[in-house]
Design a protein. Structure first.
Ligand SMILES: [Fe+2]
Length: 137
């Protein structure tokens, strides 16, 4: 599940329906779904994408920041899961989660993915150039 679809869940929770009209079980279940979706996002990036992109000097700092953001979001998700959904602060934590996830997603989309795409293309082009030269020998 991508983060954007996770935001759909929180966006609908924030879209005007008062907290008191939501049954706690629905909120709890949405929080579980958020966590499962985020874990999937996190595993894919930390095990596959980030190690690949970490070879590029131009993305190293942003990758480090992304790992930190994942850890902070994990902590927030754990906190939300441990908070009863009918607790007054619960919806505030969900809003904070949404805001931090959007910030993280924006950082990935602006600072990591475009740079990594260029670096990967450059690496691939260099590899093809090398192979071409080897065939010319
Ligand atoms: Fe991420």
């Amino acid at each position: 599940m991508c983060l954007k679809s996770l935001f759909g869940i929180t966006a609908s929770q924030n879209s005007g329906s008062p907290q008191s009209s939501r049954r706690p079980i629905e909120s709890w279940s949405a929080a579980k779904e958020l966590r499962a979706g985020f874990e999937s996002h996190e595993l894919f990036e930390e095990e596959i994408l980030y190690p690949e992109f970490d070879q590029f000097l131009s993305t190293k700092v942003a990758i480090g920041d992304a790992f930190e953001a994942h850890a902070e979001l994990d902590g927030l998700l754990q906190e939300i899961e441990g908070t009863p959904a009918n607790n007054a602060g619960w919806i505030e934590r969900i809003r904070e989660l949404k805001s931090r996830m959007q910030e993280h997603m924006r950082a990935e989309e602006e600072k990591i993915f475009p740079v990594a795409r260029l670096e990967l293309a450059k690496t691939r082009a260099e590899e093809l150039g090398r192979r071409f030269q080897e065939r010319q020998k």
